[in-house]
Design a protein. Sequence first.
Lengths: 272, 657
Amino acid sequence: MKDMEEGYITEDGRTIGGVVMEMKNITLRFGGVVAIKDISFDIREGEIRAIIGPNGAGKSSMLNVISGFYVPQEGEVWFRGAKRPPMRPYEVARQGIARTFQNIALFDGMSVLDNVMTGRLNYMKTNLMQQALWRGKAEAEETENREVVERIIDFLEIQAIRKTPVARLPYGLKKRVELARALAAEPKLLLLDEPMAGMNVEEKEDMSRFILDVNDEFGTTIALIEHDMGVVMDLSDRVVVMDYGKKIGDGTPDEVRNNQDVIDAYLGVSHD
Amino acid sequence: MAQTQSGAAGMLSLPALLERNAAQFGDRQAYREKEFGIWQCWTWSEVKQEIDALALGLINLGVNEGDFIAIIGRNRPYLYWAMVAAQSVGAVPVPLYQDAVAEEMAYVLGHCGARFVIAGDQEQVDKVIEVQDQLSNLEQVIYLDPRGMRKYDHHTLHQYSHVQDQGRAARDEWTPDLEERKAKLTYDSTCVMLYTSGTTGKPKGVVLSNRNVIESARNSADFDNLTVGENILSYLPMAWVGDFIFSVGQAYWCGFCVNCPESADTMMTDLREIGPTYFFAPPRVFEGQLTSVMIRMEDAGALKRKMFHHFLEHAKKVGGKILDGKPVGMMDRLKYKLGDILVYGPLKDTLGYGRIRVGYTAGEAIGPEIFEFYRSLGINLKQLYGQTEATVFITVQPDGEVRADTVGVPAPGVEIKIDERREIHYRSPGTFVEYYNNPESTASTKDPEGWVATGDAGFFEEGSGHLRIIDRAKDVGQMADGAMFAPKYVENKLKFYPDILEAVLFGNGRDRCVAFINIDLTAVGNWAERNNIAYASYQELAGHPKVLQSIKEHVETVNASVAEDQMLSGCQVHRFVVLHKELDADDGEMTRTRKVRRVIVEDKYSDIINALYDGSSQISTRTEVTYEDGRKGSISATLDIIDAKVVPVRPQSVAAE
């Protein structure tokens, strides 16, 4: 485990900065069910942080706490040096956190371009009337935002489907469009909920490449949940392992891989 | 500030033509590329600045005269500029096929001893780095797209725009050198070196001089009256001689505009947006478009479908004649006009052919029906016959004399003779200088008088004077009974069916012919969908009894038509097999330009060929495949062998004559 205050340098030479987000003793309950129990960990600037664990371990709940969708009963969320009060998701988005969903949540009838444009919502300042008339400021604003979106489309190599309605796309491409939309928000922290679920090997390789490129090119801090252990170990700088709502491991992929509790959780040992 | 305004006589190199274009057409658009959803444009004078900056940067990096600079990537203006920048500094550009796997690349880079590589993106750079150890001459790599490249060791790696920046910064230091190097270029300096795709053996480096390229460009541009106003879409591999002539040679000679698509996948959309006036495509592009039009029409409403077929029928009757300027009745003309408004016009627009003045297809034979289809719509599609060693042009079809089964008359400045073995020989201003570092091959291909053997067998048709190609001369063989064996003739007939992608005929020295067939996944997949036939893989679809049945029908129809040809009636297909995988360039079974490597296929699938001849009804086989990233795997399959009906022919003693 790395405790250096100032951050660290990864094996491939990337500089990881200080802590951007810190979860302090988070406990989340749904009625009598304890989904997350007293978990603390941090996410550092510029790193790829994975949250892994068997089914029902509480990973998605954790991601929903980070994204502000769930408010924990106990514990504190610190973001960029300040304690975060309970917030609505749109307020969290304004803080610079964007996410993708496990079950793709795109606007099916809209084109890829329009879907990605919705990611720019927080950068649009003109009102409905101005946009409807599409004069002066509104037009300039759209051009400006379209340019950002086009760069993302280019980056994720989805030019060929720019005008295609999302409903007509295969699953792997939809996932990529979702990533594009999240990137359009130019997030400080990007949350990916199982970005590779249901993909074949080739699609997984593509997606891994894009995640690494996003991190490298834009310096985006990424927190992701993933089932595929191989992918997680290759991609991430540090990994949090959860099981039954508890944190059972935290560290570099190598540290986690050799952690007995983690091995037990994955290989199956009776919980008594 | 060198003021070397060259007159018409001084245009002896591409950099000199660039100079002229910048002076004469300075404000006209020279290049367009769609990026970030917008067509980015450069005028000739901007292009000159870009190329000069890169050339200065190359000198700054230490490029010497006579160095080879390999250029690898998809069609982008920057890479076209790199070729001319290389020429400007006295180096030789060597464009490579971008889909080549690392080992293929290693061979070419090693063979020419390239000191510099200019690569399109990370993928290409990775391939070069992978084989770097084998390349003692390679010193520096320049890349265009910086994406993903940040963490690489940049000691010998440079970003394209940075090289240009350094060139601009060093303008004072290197401009005199650059001008001096440009001034040294003559009509006989090497313009470009292109590697042949190599249907047999290793690729050979074809050296083309400025004379070859500029004369060929001028002659062909005059032939088709190409002007500065043309627009072309450059999407075919940059390593292919055709692309070099159209997108560089003719573009520089005429000063017309070269448009590059956004990505390979958007080619069709970009084609439509640009609406080129001059267009070039191998038959498979036209086939693919026709298939997709027909499939989409099946989904159209009943009225539209009826209208489409009705007017298409009419176009078939008179469209070609109208295009050729032959007499057609008044009523038929009027009806064709109406059809143009209702069907042909919109259809051409959708395909991106609305503005085409001249279109060419070459590389392979095109199906007569496909060819006629496009011509009947009023698209002036023509055929030409050529090869790298001729700087493309050997024969072309003049307007008004276009037919599906010939390749036209000798191109301007080209002399042709046919030897006793029917092999075609030519001599022209475009005749290549030599094969690089390969005097034996040069000597065996080009004789001292400059005649080049094409390796193709053909004959001039009585009356029209048009050339007809029979087959590759070395593929033309004899069957056991002495009858002529010309596989291409039969294969083409088979390939004209939309559901057959590829066919390979065997039978040289044997008593009867057998064939391999590859199904076309798009066409057969669509048919399967329509008929509710479920399949999980290419292999399963290829082995489906109904697919086999329909292929069998095609083969039998082809047999009947082959039987009518006295000379070739022995080439009927007795038995065939539908292969479990597509023949692929990555597996070495085809060239990068998608020509079948017969010997390799014959060797690799010898077990299947044996089964075709020994009468067995099934064959289990295991085939090695190479994935795109170079890894290898294998697939196994049990294939049904199908007997096809043949039309009995009277045994011929020896082929006619």
